[in-house]
Write a protein that binds this ligand. Structure first.
Ligand code: FES
Length: 281
């Protein structure tokens, strides 16, 4: 059992959990993730340790409320409660190389995964710029990133109550793609890295490709067991079947079959929405 040492809402729909999980804290590296089961018989959700302390044995997870389980966590769990399972660390650590000048992009809560990787890349001598594009009330980790990398840019997009969610999200995609184009036109980068919704990753990749810059992405299709057994996180990369949980989560954006991935993610999003509706009924 894994005790919740701290829990607080840090931005709209973003909750910070400090969890006592010594076996994860001892070994986790930037780029890896854990699978959390928050409730007995509940679904398993993949989450990224954002920071950790190996000596004190804790990790921090920032959880975006987007489906039934994360909603229950936000509403029902409190400090002192226990999570039944925190399995990990899983997946491969991000490659720790001297790339040079790096642009690391987080759309929405993707910045949670960008943070530990960007920080580690900067520490080993890369010149890292991070870009966070999200709705204004959902800005997170700003101070942390300003301390960790050469330059941190936040592009807040107002959440317009007169628009539906899809239209609001279209505004984020627009701001994101415009900003990336502007940055690539102004400066030379050796690598672009991005975490965020797959549709936005594909849109940014379209721009990066025009500039011929290497690009890597963390992919997050639906995950169940996190150990390569269930097949849920299947992606096609370089014409071969890969499992994001054991072969990734980081891949070469030029090799990803984006259309197939978008189709698969969309299918599960519908199921997730139905579970949420049942819970809220
Ligand atoms: Fe089951 Fe990757 S989560 S194979």
């Amino acid at each position: 059992m894994y005790k919740i040492l701290e829990k607080r809402e840090i931005a709209m729909r973003n909750t910070w959990y400090k969890i006592h999980a010594p076996h994860v804290a001892k070994k986790v590296q930037a780029g890896q993730f854990v699978i959390v089961r928050a409730f007995e018989n509940g679904e398993r959700i993949p989450l990224t340790p954002v920071m950790w302390d190996r000596d004190e044995g804790w990790i921090v997870l920032i959880v975006f409320t987007r489906g039934k389980t994360t909603m229950r966590m936000a509403m029902e769990m409190k400090e002192g409660d226990y999570l039944p399972d925190v399995v990990g660390p899983l997946g491969n650590p991000a490659p720790m190389e001297r790339f040079g000048k790096v642009l690391a992009i987080g759309a929405y809560t993707g910045i949670v995964e960008v943070y530990p990787i960007a920080r580690a890349w900067q520490k080993i001598g890369n010149d890292v710029t991070t870009l966070h594009v999200t709705f204004e009330p959902m800005i997170i980790l700003k101070d942390h990133l300003e301390r960790a990398v050469s330059r941190h840019i936040v592009e807040p997009v107002p959440l317009d109550p007169n628009l539906d969610l899809k239209e609001n999200m279209r505004n984020v995609t627009k701001r994101l793609t415009e900003k990336v184009r502007e940055m690539l036109e102004k400066e030379d980068y050796d690598l672009v890295f991005m975490v965020g919704p797959v549709g936005d990753q594909k849109a940014v990749f379209g721009i990066v490709k025009e500039f011929g810059i290497p690009m890597r992405v963390d992919l997050h299709p639906i995950m169940v067991d996190g150990s390569g057994m269930c097949g849920a996180c299947r992606v096609t990369v370089g014409g071969q079947i890969k499992f994001a949980c054991v072969d990734g989560p980081e891949f070469d954006a030029y090799q990803v079959d984006w259309d197939e991935l978008i189709h698969r993610v969309g299918f599960y999003a519908d199921m997730e929405r139905k579970a949420m509706e049942l819970y809220m009924a």
